[in-house]
Design a protein around this ligand. Structure first.
Ligand SMILES: NC(=O)c1ccc[n+]([C@@H]2O[C@H](COP(=O)([O-])OP(=O)(O)OC[C@H]3O[C@@H](n4cnc5c(N)ncnc54)[C@H](OP(=O)(O)O)[C@@H]3O)[C@@H](O)[C@H]2O)c1
Length: 295
């Protein structure tokens, strides 16, 4: 752990998490495992009572529907709800006495910092983040950017949180939809590719569990080679393609199947969808009106 991270702990930061679903729980587990913040300094809120019960038992922290009285204790709050639930979640924080200096970190796909700020209606520092589920095994990939009221040190604070569960890069907000499509959704693409390769292993006679272990460790090794050597993947691939060998034969079949354009189209489609996620009404009044009119 770096001295900067230790400094954050020394400050005795209290972390609240709104939305104890897949990502909320993933980040809490990752942070607990990293030792950055102790369980006694974490709480979570969720609108679903059964989620609260299950998450509270699994995470060993308070997870409550009635979390309002805890809001003013938080130095930092992670917003981990789906895009349409943002207005209600922010209204609950505002009405529960959110302190002006509490840093809000939103991991919500498609909702920009200016929209978060206008829905919140206060000058709280806001950082937008796009992590992925690999945070649960300390191999997350997260990008962050800051809103208009957030200072450099707020961004640093968010960086410490996400570096405790993987890599974290500060980027321009203009790239967020593309990044949501590439690394936010990325683990799902990798799972599908690994599943398909494991099936391929079964097709050529391997027991399924052995095939899956071979595929997963191979993916891990290849990723580490790219990250540690800094070499271009094409150059690493050239190293293992013997003339007239089996690898070049396999690669030819992948190219015949247009694997590059299929992957590019998948990311393009996901980026388009990410761009529309935040389009739902985000004003409390708008959303309440829509609910009343049944839309
Ligand atoms: N999943 C990923 O891989 C991933 C990666 C990066 C970012 N994200 C972003 O992370 C966010 C959460 O995704 P997720 O997959 O964790 O969703 P999720 O599993 O549905 O979790 C969201 C939780 O928040 C609860 N909730 C909804 N409104 C609330 C409110 N007003 N106050 C308190 N709790 C509330 C939901 O309860 P109900 O179920 O009762 O509605 C649910 O338990 C999304 O915005 C997504 O874009 C997800």
């Amino acid at each position: 752990m770096s001295s900067k991270q230790e400094q954050v702990i020394a400050e005795g930061m209290t972390l609240g998490v709104i939305g104890a679903g897949v990502m909320g729980q993933t980040l809490i587990r990752g942070l607990v495992a990293s030792g950055l913040i102790g369980r006694e300094r974490m709480w979570a809120g969720d609108k679903n009572a059964s989620t609260c019960e299950l998450a509270s038992a699994a995470l060993q922290i308070p997870v409550e529907v009635d979390f309002q009285s805890r809001v003013s204790t938080a130095d930092l709050i992670l917003i981990c709800v789906k895009p349409p639930d943002v207005p209600a979640a922010l209204a609950a924080l505002r009405n529960a006495g959110l302190r002006r200096e509490t840093l809000l970190i939103s991991i919500v796909a498609g909702v920009a910092t200016d929209r978060l700020e206008s829905v919140l209606g206060s000058e709280n520092p806001v950082v937008r983040a796009m992590p992925n589920t690999a945070c649960i095994v300390n191999e997350g990939m997260t990008v962050i950017c800051r809103g208009r009221y957030a200072e450099k040190q707020d961004l640093e604070r968010a960086r410490h949180i996400f570096e405790a569960v993987g890599k974290c890069l500060a980027v321009d907000e203009v790239h967020f939809n593309a990044i949501t499509a590439l690394s936010g959704s990325g683990p799902a693409y990798q799972f599908l590719i690994m599943e398909a390769l494991a099936d391929a292993g079964v097709r050529v006679g391997l027991p399924r569990q052995l095939a899956l272990t071979l595929v997963a460790q191979t993916a891990l090794g290849a990723a580490r080679m790219v990250l540690t050597t800094g070499r271009h993947p094409a150059s690493l691939r050239d190293d293992v393609t013997t003339p007239a060998g089996c690898t070049i034969g396999g690669l030819l079949m992948l190219e015949d199947g247009r694997i590059r354009s299929v992957l590019a189209r998948a990311v393009e489609e996901a980026a388009k969808i990410a761009g529309h996620l935040g389009m739902a009404p985000t004003k409390v009044s708008e959303s309440a009106a829509a609910q009343r009119s049944g839309h």
